[in-house]
Design a binder for this molecule. Sequence first.
Ligand code: C2O
Ligand code: CU
Ligand code: CU
Length: 437
Amino acid sequence: MWSYGGSVPGLTFETRNGQGVLVEWVNELPSSHFLPIDHSLHGAEKDKPEVRGVVHLHGGKTPPESDGYPEDWYVSGHSRTYYYPNRQDPALLWYHDHAMGINRLNIYAGLLGLWVIRDSVEDALHLPQGKYEIPLVLMDRDLRPDGQLSYPVSADPDRPWVPEAFGEAHLVNGKLFPYLDVEPRKYRFRILNGANGRFYWLSISEGAEMVQIGSDQGLLQAPVAVKHLHLAPGERADLIVDFAPHRGQQLTLQSEALELVQFRVAATPTPDPSLLPATLRPVPRIPESRAVKTRRLTLDEQMNMVAESMGMLLNKTPWHMPITEKPVLNSTEIWEFVNLTDDVHPIHLHLVRFQVLDRRRFDAFEFMTTGNLRYVGPPLAPDANELGWKDTVRVNPKTVTRIIVPFAGFAGRYVWHCHILEHEDNEMMRPYEILPA
Ligand code: C2O
Ligand code: CU
Ligand code: CU
């Protein structure tokens, strides 16, 4: 695998709110790639070096020159020093490669890691901490019989791109079906879906209760008990699990029939000074009236003559076209994602955090033929665990998903994209630009 700092996931950054961090990201990768590059994809043409990288901090409120713009890649023997101000609420962020046209391969190769931000407000909650707070990075990979990573290819050797890549090896923190010895007390699990394209539908065996306390951009207003937890690529969840009722048992964190990690609960009772407070951190809902603009943005799939996917687009516009989304710094906008495809797409915006307003079914055929958006159901409120600040949102098929976004932080050029990496690499990504106020 390729890694940041010698392990996959890469080393974890433990940081505090307001404490800026400078990182020099040094590219020491070999000069040829070991996964199948598709030179027909924009940004990965034959005249580009095979191995290129650039680092993005997902969820970071990062100035544009340090955000890892996909075209700002560099090759082995070079480095970039990026500045992360960390002026944002405590949350589990993650950093990963973002190189144009080969991002799915670089991340698959192992270029991802965690970045935790903390603050004194969170400290004062006395959530489980230290060895009782455990990150769980979920991802799937395929392996060849000799144990090497294998990435799927299409039937066309000149265009090996595939619309999604799933693996049969389900890794947690880079390990196959690991186990964890736990004490019968509360633990805090900080979960990232770091997979290229797999969605997880998590639960714990024996009916063990999961209580979600946070999502992508930090703590929820109040804990939410969840039986199942849906996690799309790029999304994070902060969970409290109390093993006290399960002394002596072996529990499994699973995604439907897939077993991900086993918890072996000790038999002897143990004191538990940690708390699960009834309220966590205020998350005031943004009134829709604050939005100065609503943008309607479609998610489109292009099919060839034999109904094979040729790739996805945002607003029917490929990456290289001029920037069309130019919100003004410190203004708030509503973005409505009109999903014309049959897939769920996790849509992520760089720099900002947002709130999910609602999801609503519409008649996609009518929209595609006449341009008229006719709803065929009532607006559905987001799930209780989606009421916190988010940076990635599931946009369901044939559904309009609305988010409300304060464009705060920095003026400059950023990107938004689908976080299914195969889609992102094949045109399901667009630049956007925040204009100075
Ligand atoms: Cu996880 Cu463009 O990011
Ligand atoms: Cu990001
Ligand atoms: Cu997608």
